[in-house]
Design a protein around this ligand. Sequence first.
Ligand SMILES: *Cc1c(COP(=O)(O)O)cnc(C)c1O
Length: 236
Amino acid sequence: MSRTAELAESLDRLLGRVAAACRSAGRPLESVQLLPVTKFFPASDVDILYSLGRREFGESREQEAAAKIAAVTTPEPVRWHMIGRLQRNKARAVAGWAHVVHSVDSARLVRALDSATTDALAAGTRAEPLHVLLQVSLDGDPERGGVSAADLSALAELVSGTESLVLDGLMAIPPLGADPARAYENLADLHSRLLRTHPGATALSAGMSGDLEIAVKYGSTCVRVGTALLGTRPIN
Ligand SMILES: *Cc1c(COP(=O)(O)O)cnc(C)c1O
């Protein structure tokens, strides 16, 4: 089977899964975005997914993303989401290509992204503010990334006060070994609390290949799917 036929088939199957999850959750189909995660896969796969109608893509490492973005040959530009852990010293590079960053989890990173985006806007190397999601830690382990629930509202305030960042919502990855339903229920609760003070922060980035149905049940607006669409990665 050609790679195009292979990707068309897995995309169809996935869109079917998302549609079924929306139906059982009683949610409109348009309320959930399927974000293909193309890390470890070549720019040619992005080109194929573009031909199949996809216009937004997720990457998790700055250098790999920058190289891939330079290599894609889509007729129109696409939107890139940075979903992986981000060091402050990569903020400037990411502000050069990302439309959305899902993994913002510290005040230092907020300041670095804001200043990089402000500079990029002034230099004309980007045209729009940078949309951000705050990554929440659901197990309180700072080693795995994410802001603690206790520090979430202060970080949201900080983003709201920046010049060039827009607070879109929250993102989380369930802790290893955790029950995803409990994790996503907890996340949904944090999201509804955030919405009281930040009504524009409607995005909830949650759910991957293995658990997207559960995430949609608990309000996900964006499922980030790699393996179920592109296949098994060489390393993780
Ligand atoms: C790789 C990755 C995904 C996709 O995971 P799959 O299980 O392959 O669908 C989702 N979110 C983040 C943050 C990732 O790094």
